[in-house]
Design a protein around this ligand. Structure first.
Ligand code: ADP
Ligand code: MG
Length: 701
């Protein structure tokens, strides 16, 4: 059974199905398929998890706790003992020391093998037991008189395996694949200039080394992923993903969009009506957006800006350009609370221009919704603000030219693609602006957002004082309440944030409702409001309005206020159970204060004892207010999956590369990619195909 060669791919034995290997029948094929292994080549890219050293016998006297090694010795004593459970203890010695082999499961026959005087070799994890060094359940072999143990030339690879595929079987299959590779090496796809510059080994050489490293290989370096052979493979893989995303980006230049260029005078009017001047960073980003949307191809731009950097007004300016052109704009926010706040903002901002934004959300009354839908369909509505309901069945636009997605920090390439398709009208795609307050460190953004253009608002409006952040143990809650009282009485406003809305026995969080009652009775005379995710939209809106108008001075809230909420007078924030929250989330929450002129304080209330990770998180927040620094630290503490929302968004899993560990490769990857793209050859396509398959994975929506 051999697969026909794919068009354009030279038929290589490495691309044949695994069934061509000796010992692989349908049942094993199926099991390997579950591991994502279909072709012979796939085995080559399945790198060992670690290695075992069976190249030499270690003297017992030289053993250390934590080693995994081969030793030989003579059985001195074998006995079964009952200490809690029955076990067989075999003591061996080699003249340099003694070692105990401990078995919890053993047969009578096994027991009989360990006659004093017998010679054995054994392999396993050395640990310090009650009576010196021991190995629990070693692999062992009896040696005949004068026989020496089997020694390997190189280190033994240990592969990630699945149920039903034995380690030995896996080694055998990879061994066959490696022999095939040596007979017909895979095509070297990295250009020589790229490899030579960094002295990168050839692909086949790197693979062979990592599967069968020599006995003197630097295993620590390999464990850290820093070996040149690993770096070379990671480089090619990152390059493949990057190229694939760039290809996707190129596709949009083949697509049509309405060029928007009529809006300048309306924008000028709007700017003149604002009580502030745009920051330089805001102006720069507006210019970038401007030149994007003036083109007849869809914009695909991500605006990154720390909390409070003023992204909303940038979105408003983009919206005006579309409106001035007679087209429609949809602004989408991830929560009702935030969408509603935007809606109010846009209503206020655009009133004098006689632009009336419409509202659309899932929980809206049927009649009102029907009206909005009709106005979107017949084109009488220019601007609509809402939640993801905007892009559900039954919504059709008349001439949608711009989609703005706010505060989307979990937004993968597939969603970006899907949204573009949904907004499509005839041949025209809408321009797309994505705004996020969770900045992604530059090198990571290069890898994850190569299909987008990225703008950064790297400046806060003037006069913002950094938020002072302090961490306080829960035991000092009364002091904190006192602080809230005096702040509220001296005319300030405060948030009290609780992570969950109902008392949960499992999670032992403070419930917002409980805190609300507690604070109300502790703070007589202070008007307290409550907002949480389970309230009806109208109740939520009312609670927010009362707070915004200053009628309530303290707002008890769940993390629904995490994104976007903007009440500049609030200058104190208390966050309960801060130790349970992620770094980016805490930074987002903290961003709700420090928006006005008053000096703001954020109090992180935590339960003792603090774990190391939580300790680190709180320390980062105390030290910096800079969202980019926070993001970098978050990345280091949690890894890129969490930061990019990999799980939710189906961001690709890498076979060898690790976005955090290998981020430093990205600038070089980018250079190599651009060189390949402008070389006029198909070499880049082959790299994408090798690592991502024929579909290039990202191309699929
Ligand atoms: P974010 O980037 O977090 O979405 P917002 O758009 O909510 O920030 O803006 C935060 C606050 O700063 C708002 O009250 C907004 O009106 C105000 N703001 C925006 N730009 C400026 C500016 N250039 N100067 C002063 N205040 C500004
Ligand atoms: Mg915002």
């Amino acid at each position: 059974m051999t697969a026909p060669a794919k068009p354009g791919t030279p038929a290589s034995p490495l691309s044949s199905p695994l069934a061509t290997l000796t010992g692989v029948g349908p049942a094993l094929s199926e099991k390997l398929h579950k591991l994502g292994l279909d072709k012979v080549e796939d085995l080559l890219f399945l790198l060992p998890l670690r290695y075992e050293d069976r190249t030499q016998v270690l003297r017992i006297g030289a053993l250390r706790h934590g080693m995994r090694c081969l030793v030989t010795g003579e059985v001195l004593l074998a006995e079964t003992v009952f200490r809690g459970r029955r076990s067989l203890l075999v003591r061996i010695g080699d003249g340099s020391g003694q070692l105990t082999l401990r078995f919890f499961h053993f047969s009578r026959a096994q027991q009989a093998q360990f006659q004093p005087g017998a010679h054995i070799s054994c392999f396993g994890d050395i640990r310090l037991g009650p009576a010196g060094f021991e190995i629990v359940h070693p692999e062992y072999r009896l040696l005949r008189e004068g026989q020496s143990p089997v020694l390997y030339d190189g280190l033994t690879p240990v592969y990630p395996i699945t149920e039903g595929v034995q380690q030995g079987r896996m080694r055998n299959l990879v061994g066959q694949a490696l022999r095939m590779m040596q007979q017909s090496p895979p095509v070297e796809l990295l250009p020589a200039v790229t490899r030579d510059k960094d002295g990168m080994p050839a692909l086949a050489e790197a693979l062979l080394y990592l599967h069968q490293p020599p006995r003197d290989a630097n295993l620590e370096q390999i464990a850290d992923g820093q070996h040149p052979c690993q770096q070379r493979l990671a480089f090619e893989e990152l390059l493949a993903h990057y190229l694939s995303l760039r290809n996707l980006r190129d596709l949009t230049t083949l697509e049509a969009a309405a060029p928007l260029k009529q809006g300048q005078s309306m924008v000028d009017e709007f700017l003149a009506s604002l009580p502030f001047k745009l920051t330089n960073a805001q102006q720069r980003v507006c210019k970038e957006i401007n030149s994007d949307i003036a083109r007849p191809h869809p914009m695909l731009r991500l605006v990154q800006g720390d909390v409070g950097s003023g992204k909303t007004v940038v979105a408003a300016i983009a919206a005006l350009q579309a409106i001035a052109d007679g087209a429609q704009v949809a602004i989408m926010a991830p929560t009702e609370l935030l969408a509603e706040q935007h809606w109010h903002n846009f209503c206020d901002w655009f009133r004098f221009l006689h632009i009336e934004p419409l509202w659309l959300s899932g929980s809206q009354r049927v009649a009102a919704k029907r009206q909005t839908l009709a106005a979107l369909e017949d084109g009488s509505a220019r601007l609509v603000v809402g939640t993801h309901a905007l892009f559900q069945e039954g919504v059709s636009f008349n001439n949608l030219a711009l989609v703005v997605i706010d505060e989307q920090h979990r937004f993968g390439v597939h969603q970006r693609m899907a949204l573009r398709e949904k907004g499509k009208q005839g041949k025209l795609h809408p321009h797309q602006l994505v705004m996020t307050a969770t900045p992604i460190p530059r090198t990571l953004a290069m890898a994850a957002y190569a299909d987008l253009d990225v703008s950064v608002i790297d400046e806060l409006p003037p006069g913002r004082e950094p938020v002072q952040t302090i961490a306080v143990p829960e035991a000092r809650r009364p002091e904190v309440i006192e602080r809230v009282r005096s702040a509220c009485q001296s005319g300030q406003q405060a948030y009290w944030v609780c992570p969950l809305i109902e008392e949960s026995e499992v999670l032992d969080f403070q419930a917002a409702e409980v805190s609300f009652e507690m604070l109300r009775s502790a703070l007589p005379g202070v008007p307290v409001g409550l907002v949480h995710g389970r309230m009806k939209p109208a109740e939520k809106e009312k609670a927010m309005r009362l707070f915004k108008e200053g009628k309530t001075r303290l707002l008890v809230a769940t993390t629904v206020i995490e994104v976007g909420v903007d009440v500049p007078q609030a200058s104190l924030m208390i966050i309960e159970n801060a130790e349970r929250m992620g770094l980016s989330q805490l930074h987002q929450l903290r961003g709700r204060v420090g928006r006005g002129a008053a000096r703001s304080v954020c109090v992180l209330l935590y339960k003792q004892p603090l774990g190391q990770l939580a300790k680190n998180r709180l320390a980062v927040l105390r030290e910096t207010n800079d969202g980019f620094v926070v993001a970098q630290r978050d990345l280091e503490l949690r890894g890129p999956g969490e930061l990019l929302g990999t799980r939710q968004t189906g961001l690709p899993q890498y076979r060898i590369a690790d976005l955090l560990r290998d981020a430093a490769l990205m600038p070089k990857v980018q250079i190599a990619a651009e060189a390949l793209r402008s070389s006029g050859t198909r070499a880049g396509d082959a790299i994408v195909r090798r690592w991502l398959g024929d579909a290039g994975r990202y191309g699929k929506v």
